[in-house]
Structure formats: structure tokens, C-alpha cells
Design a protein around this ligand. Structure first.
Ligand code: CO
Length: 481
């Protein structure tokens, strides 16, 4: 019987996608030992936006969370999502920070690192992959899936081969917007199995309503792992339900090794969690958003565009903006729409329409992207756009992090000067990644936010720090998960 391994994302991506990443550690721990006895291959429990949300909104130490989870998971592997050189933050960090972060995380018992880059520029993954490999962790190289004229099967094989060259242990097809159709899932997995040969894990958000079908076809094509979440936190912008996939696969003759009876007990638990956290739940993110199928714009980005246009009292311009988004994306080298590129493309498209002249006003982020500061775009940036934005200035062609000076010791000194006596490496990392909220957290100046009232609005957008500048963005969880 062919084996299919179940990777359950309930403790990371599910609440990041549906509950604004707000699940408290105390609500995760009580069920873990039972959950761990169900036969799940791997639990994704850390990384992505959880490190940020954990300290910023919940006044919890993310390292403590990891320690407590690790203590209770003895059978399954545990995994995290790492944004390559961005780690769990929003900008490129220098190599010494990346090395220290990965090394500490391994010390805490992390088994699997799933590592991706928004542009699929593998140079942004090299440092974290090398360190994790050297320390004996399982490294999963993730490929962001998107649709564009340059994102052909051949292109994905090329990226996968670059990852294979770095000796990753497996590949992940990371479909953050739910664009992966059953047919493409089948073709892509087949091609990667044949040409690259590494085991494949498929991660597909439920956003467009196609994910269960895509996973099944991926398994038929030879995927060895699939990503699912417990049913109370499944569907919508989250993922297909673990229980249903286990049942369907078992019936089709695949061996998942998962005990459904145990999952029913786990389900009861997460039903209560869903109820407790219902104030965070926007009903719109619980149903399929089929706009994705037509516009290929992730659901969260779609609602961000509407919000921005409302701010400018220009909602009537939405049809124009929807036409402008793919044009901007084409100009900028067909970047996948995932944090931070989804925000960059969205804001620029709105500016292009509202000012009446394309690229008359550009954001710092658009400029940086054109300059190569995020890495290499999937296709070259259009020459006339580059000239208009950069003038005679030359874009960089090296790996962006090559331009960064080591930071770790400097950050440690800053912490000591700020009054934190003898900071641990973990403290320094919290501060290095999130200088403002991290420092407040370490000084004990933050508090756990109260649970929102169901039907009310969630306070606080994500404050994003990019190269020292802080601004508020309505970062939709699905775009960066
Ligand atoms: Co995700």
C-alpha cells in the first residue's frame, strides 16, 4: 500500500489564516499529547507570522512556546515555516542573524524547516538551508506557486533543481493563494517527480475551493506528503480538513497511518477553540473566494485593494485597478503575489490608477524591488519601467544579503544599553527581528490583548517594519502563509 504522510498545520497556518494568528500557547498544549498519538507524520507549529503575533499581540515568548510544544510531541516531527533570508520577519537579515536563528531553533528541537522566498530566488535561501542542513535538520525547499506566462512547468523544474543542488531533503509546492487546480497539481507533481525525484509535499490553501481536489490529484501523481488542518479550522482561506483527507485516502488504498478515532477526539477540542476565538473569525474568510479564479488575485489582496480605494473615496476605480494589477505584475517581472510582493504590486496598481499616470508616484518598496533589493524577479523587469523608476541608477545583481553587515553583536549591545541585563541569544533575536515591539516585549511593557467580541472588528493591523521604516499594512494572513 502506498504511503501518504499527513502534515497537520492546525497550530500554525490554520490560525494564521482564519484567526489572525492569535491562538494562545495555553490553548495548544492541552490537546498535544492526544493529537501526537494519532499517527500524524508532522505538525507545523512555528514560524510564519506566529513569532511576530506571539510577542506583539499575546505577550508570549515565541521561544517558550516552541519549548513547551516540543516537550509534548514525541511521535510526530515538528516543523516551521521560514521565509528564507527574511526568517520570520519582513526584511532581509544579515547572514549572522540567519545563522544564529536557525541554530537556536534546531537547539529547541525543530525537526523540519520549510524554507521559501517570495520571488523564488534561491540565493535568498542558501544561508538558512546550509545551516539547517549542517545541523542535521530536514530541509524542505518550498516553491511558491503562481500563474504567469513565465511560470511554466520547466520554470518550476529549474527552481526545484536549484533546490536539489543545495541538497534539500524534500520539496514543497506552496500554493498560498489557492490557485493550484487539480490538473496542474497532477502535471506539476508528475513532472517534478520525474525530473527532480525528491519527495514532494503539497500545500494548497482552500481559498478558491479547489484544494481538496488538488491534493488528491497530487497524491495520484506521486506526492508523498499533504498539508491539512483539523476540520474546525479548515476551509476558506485555510486548508482542507485532515479527517476527510485521511478517510478518502484510506478508502482509496493509501496508508496514512492516522487513526480517525483519535482525530475525532482532537476535533472536539478544536471545536471549542473555534468557538472561543470566533471574535477573530471573519465569515468571509471561511467560504471559497472564487475571485481568485478570475483575477488570480489572492482573496486577502482583493479585500486590501477595496479597503485602499475606499480610503481614497475611489471605489468606482476598482475595475481599472483590477486591470492594472496584472499589468504591474508583468512590468515587475511576474512576481508571485505573496508577502511582501502582493502589497507592493497592489499599492502600486492603486497609485498608477489614482494619479492617472503609471509610475508617476512609486513607493519605496516598488523602487527597492526594481533595484533588486528583494532579489531576482522571475522575469526581468521591463526596461522602460526600470528607466522611469531608477533613471541612471544601476540595479544590484548580487544576493541582497551580501550588502548587509553583521548585526548580532551590535543588537546585543543595544539591548544592554536599553537596560536589558545579560540578554540571551533568544532575546537578541527577538529584538533583532522586531526592534520596536521586541524591545517592549523584553522590557515587560506589552500585555496580552483581550479577545475581540464576535462580529466586531479586530484591532491593530500588522505593523510592518521594512528597512527601519514602520508602516501599517492590512497583511492578509493567507498572503504570507
Ligand atoms: Co500557507
Amino acid at each position: 500500500m502506498a504511503k501518504v504522510k499527513i502534515v497537520d498545520l492546525t497550530l500554525r497556518d490554520a490560525h494564521q489564516s482564519l484567526l489572525a494568528t492569535r491562538m494562545r500557547t495555553r490553548d495548544m498544549l492541552p490537546i498535544l499529547e492526544t493529537f501526537d498519538s494519532a499517527g500524524i507524520y508532522c505538525f507545523e507549529v512555528w514560524g510564519g507570522a506566529t513569532f511576530d503575533a506571539c510577542h506583539r499581540f499575546l505577550n508570549e515568548n515565541p521561544w517558550e512556546r516552541l519549548r513547551e510544544i516540543r516537550k509534548r510531541v514525541k511521535n510526530a516531527l515538528i516543523s516551521m515555516l521560514l521565509r528564507g533570508q527574511n526568517l520570520v520577519g519582513y526584511r532581509h537579515y544579515p547572514d549572522d542573524i540567519v545563522e544564529k536563528f536557525v541554530q537556536k531553533t534546531v537547539e529547541y528541537g525543530m525537526d523540519v524547516f520549510r524554507i521559501f522566498d517570495a520571488l523564488n530566488d534561491v540565493r535568498n535561501l542558501v544561508t538558512s538551508i546550509k545551516v539547517a542542513k549542517k545541523l542535521g535538520a530536514h530541509v524542505q525547499g518550498a516553491i511558491c506557486y503562481t500563474i504567469s506566462p513565465v511560470h511554466t512547468i520547466e520554470k518550476y523544474i529549474e527552481i526545484a533543481n536549484e533546490l536539489a543542488y543545495l541538497e534539500v531533503d524534500s520539496l514543497c509546492i506552496k500554493d498560498m493563494a489557492g490557485l493550484l487546480s487539480p490538473k496542474m497539481a497532477y502535471r506539476l507533481v508528475k513532472a517534478l517527480r520525474k525530473e527532480v525525484g525528491l519527495p514532494i509535499d503539497v500545500h494548497s490553501h482552500y481559498t478558491s475551493g479547489m484544494a481538496s481536489m488538488a491534493l488528491l490529484k497530487a497524491v495520484e501523481a506521486g506526492a508523498k506528503m499533504i498539508d491539512t488542518v483539523m476540520s474546525p479550522l479548515s476551509g476558506g482561506t485555510s486548508h482542507p480538513p485532515t479527517e476527510s483527507l485521511v478517510y478518502a485516502l484510506n478508502e482509496l488504498g493509501y496508508d496514512t497511518g492516522v487513526d480517525l478515532d483519535v482525530l475525532l477526539e482532537v476535533r472536539e477540542y478544536f471545536m471549542k477553540i473555534r468557538e472561543k476565538y470566533s471574535g477573530y473569525l471573519d465569515w468571509r474568510s471561511t467560504i471559497p473566494d472564487t475571485n481568485v479564479l478570475v483575477y488570480q488575485i489572492p482573496g486577502g489582496m482583493f479585500s486590501n485593494l477595496i479597503a485602499q480605494l475606499k480610503e481614497y473615496n475611489a471605489l468606482d476605480k476598482l475595475p481599472e485597478v483590477l486591470k492594472e494589477v496584472p499589468r504591474v505584475r508583468e512590468d515587475l517581472g511576474y512576481v508571485p503575489l505573496v508577502t511582501p510582493t502582493s502589497q507592493i504590486v497592489g499599492v502600486q496598481a492603486v497609485l498608477n490608477v489614482l494619479t492617472g499616470e503609471r509610475y508617476k508616484v512609486v513607493t519605496k518598496e516598488t523602487r527597492d524591488l526594481v533595484k533588486g533589493m528583494y532579489g531576482r524577479t522571475p522575469a526581468p523587469i521591463k526596461e522602460e519601467i526600470r528607466k522611469k523608476i531608477l533613471g541612471d541608477e544601476k540595479p544590484i545583481d548580487c544576493r541582497p544579503a551580501d550588502l548587509l553587515e553583521p548585526e548580532f553583536e551590535k543588537r546585543r549591545q543595544e539591548l544592554i544599553e536599553a537596560g536589558i541585563e545579560d540578554p540571551s541569544d533568544e532575546d537578541v533575536l527577538i529584538y533583532a527581528l522586531f526592534p520596536q515591539t521586541g524591545l517592549k516585549f523584553l522590557k515587560g511593557e506589552l500585555e496580552e490583548e483581550p479577545f475581540p467580541v464576535p462580529g466586531g472588528k479586530i484591532e491593530g493591523k500588522f505593523k510592518v517594519e521594512i528597512e527601519g521604516e514602520v508602516f501599517e499594512v492590512n497583511v492578509s494572513p493567507l498572503e504570507e502563509s
